[in-house]
Design a protein around this ligand. Structure first.
Ligand SMILES: Cc1cc2nc3c(=O)[nH]c(=O)nc-3n(C[C@H](O)[C@H](O)[C@H](O)COP(=O)(O)OP(=O)(O)OC[C@H]3O[C@@H](n4cnc5c(N)ncnc54)[C@H](O)[C@@H]3O)c2cc1C
Length: 347
C-alpha cells in the first residue's frame, strides 16, 4: 500500500446503483472533497460548513424527498449506495447529513399541513435537521415525555445522543405520551428550557453530538409531525435498519482502497448483497455482520499500514476508531447479541 488512494471505483454489480446519478455525485464529492479533508476534520473536531453545503448543492439533502418538493425520490438501494460512497470519504460528515434524511422521509410520509412549507426547504438543505429518536425505539421508561397544554406541546426529559448540533436548525424529537410516541419538530436553539452538553467522542467528534435536556420545553401543537403507538413502532423497527449498515460498508470500502486488492473486496460485496436482500427478520444479523466486517477491515488496514498506523492522524487509526463507533451506533438488542457472538463475547 503506497501513495494516495485512487478515485472511488464504481460499485460492483447492481444496475440500479450504476445508473443512479446521486451515487456518482456522492462518489465524486467523497473523493474530491471529503476524503482529502477527513484527517483534518477528525483532528480539529469541527465539521466545515462547506462540506454540508456541498452535499446540499448536490441535492443530497433531498435524497429521500418527493420530487414535488424538489427531492430526488431515491429508492433504498440508491440511498444505501450514496451513504456508502460518502462514508468511505468522511464518516463524520456523512453521519451528520444522514440524520436529516429521516426527517425528510417522515415529513413526506405524514404531510402535517402546518409544516408542509418546510419540506422544500428541507429538500434543498436550506433547513437542516437532526433527530432524537430514543423514545421511539427504546421500551421501558420514556426518555422524553410530552403533554398538551394550552395549544402547546410540553416536552420533558433527556436523550444522550443528538448529532449535528450547530449544523442543524431543527431536531425531530420523539416523545412519549403513555403508550403513544409523538414526533415533534423542535427548533435547535438552546435556552432556559432546552440545554445541550457536548459529548466527547473517540470517533466522529466533528459530528457535534450532544446530550439534549428538555425541561418544560414548549412548542406549538402545530409542530407535531405524527403520532404512533410505541408497540407499532417497535414492531416495524427492524425493517428500518438497512441504511445505517452502509456506514459500515463505507468504512470497509475505504479499507479496500487503502489496502489494495484483497479478499476484503469479496467480503464487502457479499455483506452488501446480504444487506440488500435482507428482510426484517434477517436485517439485525446482516447489520451485525457489516459492523464486524468494518471492525476486521480496519484491523487489516492497521496491520497493512504498519507501525505508522498508531501515530495520531493516520487513515488507519481514524478508521479503527470509527469502526469501534460503528460497533455500537444504531444498535438494537438483536444486533448487539449477534455482534457479541461474532466477536466471541458470548458462548
Ligand atoms: C455518537 C453517537 C451519536 C448518536 N446520534 C444519535 C442521534 O443523532 N439521534 C438518535 O436518535 N440517536 C443517536 N444515537 C443513538 C444510537 O442510535 C443508539 O446508540 C443505539 O440506538 C443503541 O443504543 P444503546 O446501545 O446505547 O442502547 P440503549 O439505547 O441505551 O438501550 C438500552 C437497552 O434498551 C434496550 N433496547 C434499546 N432499543 C431497543 C429496541 N428497539 N427494542 C428492544 N429493546 C431495546 C436494550 O436492552 C438496550 O441494551 C447516537 C449514538 C452514538 C454513539
Amino acid at each position: 500500500m503506497a501513495g494516495p488512494p485512487p478515485p472511488h471505483p464504481p460499485h460492483a454489480g447492481g444496475g440500479t446503483r450504476e445508473e443512479a446519478g446521486p451515487v456518482a455525485v456522492a462518489g465524486r464529492l467523497a473523493a474530491d472533497l471529503l476524503a482529502p479533508a477527513a484527517a483534518g476534520v477528525d483532528a480539529g473536531g469541527v465539521l466545515p460548513r462547506g462540506h454540508l453545503d456541498a452535499l446540499a448543492d448536490a441535492g443530497l439533502y433531498g435524497l429521500t424527498g418527493p420530487r414535488s418538493a424538489g427531492g430526488l425520490a431515491a429508492d433504498v438501494a440508491t440511498v444505501a449506495a450514496v451513504v456508502e460512497e460518502l462514508a468511505a470519504g468522511d464518516l463524520a460528515t456523512t453521519f451528520v447529513w444522514l440524520q436529516h434524511l429521516g426527517v425528510v422521509s417522515r415529513l413526506a410520509a405524514h404531510r402535517p399541513p402546518a409544516l408542509s412549507d418546510r419540506l422544500p426547504d428541507l429538500c434543498a438543505g436550506r433547513l437542516r435537521a437532526g433527530i432524537a429518536l430514543l423514545a421511539a425505539v427504546r421500551p421501558g421508561p420514556p426518555a422524553i415525555t410530552v403533554r398538551a397544554d394550552a395549544g402547546d406541546l410540553v416536552l420533558d426529559g433527556a436523550v444522550p445522543w443528538v448529532t449535528g448540533w450547530g449544523a442543524v436548525d431543527v431536531v425531530l424529537v420523539a416523545a412519549r405520551d403513555g403508550e403513544d410516541v409523538l414526533f415533534v419538530l423542535v427548533d435547535a436553539v438552546a435556552g432556559p428550557t432546552l440545554g445541550v452538553a457536548r459529548q466527547q467522542l473517540v470517533a466522529v467528534q466533528a459530528s457535534a453530538t450532544v446530550e439534549l435536556r428538555l425541561a418544560g420545553h414548549r412548542v406549538p401543537a402545530a409542530r407535531l409531525v405524527h403520532r404512533a403507538l410505541l408497540a407499532e413502532l417497535l414492531a416495524g423497527d427492524a425493517a428500518t435498519l438497512r441504511v445505517n449498515g452502509s456506514l459500515a460498508l463505507g468504512l470497509v470500502r475505504r479499507c479496500t482502497r487503502l489496502v489494495g486488492p484483497s479478499p476484503l473486496d469479496e467480503d464487502l460485496a457479499a455483506v452488501r448483497a446480504r444487506l440488500d436482500a435482507a428482510g426484517p427478520a434477517d436485517l439485525p444479523d446482516a447489520r451485525a455482520q457489516a459492523a464486524a466486517l468494518a471492525h476486521r477491515a480496519a484491523g487489516a488496514l492497521v496491520v497493512a499500514t504498519g507501525s505508522r498506523s498508531v501515530r495520531a492522524g493516520s487513515d488507519a487509526e481514524r478508521t479503527a476508531r470509527e469502526a469501534l463507533f460503528l460497533l455500537v451506533f444504531g444498535s438494537r438488542p438483536a444486533i448487539r447479541a449477534s455482534l457479541l457472538g461474532r466477536l466471541g463475547g458470548t458462548r
